[in-house]
Design a protein around this ligand. Structure first.
Ligand code: NCD
Ligand code: ZN
Length: 346
C-alpha cells in the first residue's frame, strides 16, 4: 500500500506553551491536526476558567489563517481548585477536561496535587457531570525507581481512586508500560489511555547506550523493549481504549541539551509520518485511522473530523528540519532514528 486516506487526526495530549514559543510550534500541529487537547502546565498554570479563556484566545490568535484548528482546553487541578468554577467551565463548553499532575512529577508540575484526598470532592463533582480526568500517572515518591513510577501509581493511586469513584471518566495519559496497557484494557468504558509517538519508537537503550541522548529524555521516561512492544501491540490493535496523544513538548535546545536538561520531546511536525512508518512495520496501516482519528473523539463523545488527509509513501526519504526556530532559541525535532517515507497530503 502506498497511499492511505484517513479522517483528519486529532492530538489528545499536546503542549503548545505560550508567547513566542506558542507561535513557533502551533503551526506544526495545526497544519495536520484538526483538534488538540492542550495541556495547562504553563507558568503559572491554567487553573481557572478565566485562565483557560485567556489562554484559548492567545492560541486562536496564533493559528495561521490557512489552518482550521480547534484547541480543546484543560484545567490544571490543584488542591485549591474551585469545583463550581471548574463545573461551569465544562458545562459552558469552554473546557474539555481536567489534568491531574502529581506535584513534582514532571515539567511545571509544582502546583499539582500532593494528596489525592484533598481533591476527592472536585473529582466527585467531575464524575457527576461527566468531565474527564486526564492523569499523569507517576508517583513522585523518592524511594520509587523512575522506571517503576507508572506501575506503582496504577496500584497505589489510580486503582483505589477508580474503585472509590467508578463513574469518573479517566484517561491514562501517555502510558509507557505493559502494566499501563493491561490496566487500561481491564477497565470499563470510563477508562482509556493515550500513547505517544516516541514511546512506540524508543526504548531505554536508545536513550542511554552509546552516549546519553537528551533529545530522547521525556517523562514518563522511555522503558525497556518489552514495554515498547506492549505499547505497539495496544496502539495497532484498533481497540477503542487507545488513542494518540503525542505529548509533543517543545523546549529550547539551551534548556534541553545541557547538564540538567528538561523532559519533553517535540514530535508535532513529523508525528504522522512516524506513525505511518510504525503501523506499516506492524502490518496495521488499516488500524491507523482508529488510533489517530476515531477512538479519541469516541471517548470524548465528539464526532470524528469530516475532512480527510492522505498519507503517501514516497520513494525518497522526506526531509524534516533538524530543528525549528523560535524567538527563545531553536527546538530540536524528534529524530526517530530511521528515514521517513510517509508524507501527509491534505
Ligand atoms: C512535558 C512538558 O515538557 O511540559 N514533558 C514531558 O516530558 N512529557 C510534561 C509532561 O507531559 O509530563
Ligand atoms: Zn505532556
Amino acid at each position: 500500500m502506498s497511499r492511505l486516506t484517513i479522517r483528519q487526526p486529532d492530538d489528545w495530549h499536546l503542549h503548545l506553551r505560550d508567547g513566542s514559543m506558542l507561535r513557533s510550534v502551533l503551526p506544526s500541529t495545526s497544519e495536520t491536526f484538526a483538534r488538540a487537547i492542550v495541556m495547562p502546565n504553563l507558568v503559572p498554570p491554567v487553573v481557572t476558567a478565566k485562565d483557560a479563556a485567556a489562554y484559548k484566545d492567545r492560541i486562536l490568535a496564533a493559528i495561521p489563517e490557512e489552518h482550521g484548528f480547534t484547541p480543546l482546553m484543560t484545567l490544571y487541578l490543584t488542591e485549591d481548585t474551585d469545583a463550581d468554577d471548574l463545573a461551569h467551565a465544562y458545562t459552558s463548553g469552554l473546557v474539555t477536561a481536567v489534568k491531574l499532575y502529581p506535584a513534582g512529577a514532571t515539567t511545571n508540575s509544582n502546583s499539582g496535587v500532593r494528596n489525592i484526598e484533598n481533591v476527592i470532592p472536585v473529582l466527585e463533582r467531575m464524575a457527576e457531570i461527566g468531565m474527564p480526568l486526564l492523569v499523569h500517572g507517576e508517583v513522585t515518591t523518592h524511594e520509587v525507581d523512575i522506571f517503576d513510577r507508572e506501575a506503582v501509581f496504577i496500584d497505589t493511586i489510580l486503582d483505589p481512586l477508580r474503585r472509590r469513584i467508578p463513574s469518573l471518566r479517566v484517561v491514562m495519559e501517555h502510558i509507557t508500560t505493559k502494566q499501563g496497557v493491561d490496566y487500561a484494557k481491564s477497565g470499563d468504558d470510563n477508562l482509556a489511555a493515550t500513547i505517544t509517538t516516541h514511546h512506540l519508537i524508543l526504548n531505554r537503550n536508545h536513550l542511554l547506550v552509546g552516549g546519553i541522548r537528551p533529545d530522547y529524555y521525556c517523562l514518563p521516561i522511555v522503558k525497556s523493549e518489552d514495554h515498547r512492544l506492549a505499547l505497539r501491540e495496544a496502539a495497532t490493535s484498533g481497540s477503542p481504549k487507545f488513542f494518540l496523544g503525542t505529548d509533543s513538548a517543545p523546549h529550547t535546545e539551551a534548556n534541553k541539551i545541557c547538564a540538567c536538561g528538561c523532559a519533553g520531546i517535540f514530535t508535532a511536525i513529523n508525528t504522522m509520518s512516524c506513525l505511518a512508518h510504525v503501523f506499516a512495520e506492524e502490518g496495521a496501516l488499516d488500524k491507523l485511522e482508529a488510533f489517530t482519528s476515531l477512538n479519541g473523539p469516541a471517548f470524548y463523545g465528539m464526532a470524528p473530523n469530516e475532512n480527510t488527509i492522505d498519507l503517501v509513501k514516497s520513494d525518497d526519504p522526506i526531509k524534516f528540519p533538524r530543528q525549528i526556530w523560535s524567538e527563545d532559541g531553536p527546538v530540536t525535532v524528534f529524530d526517530p532514528g530511521f528515514e521517513l517515507f510517509w508524507k501527509v497530503e491534505k
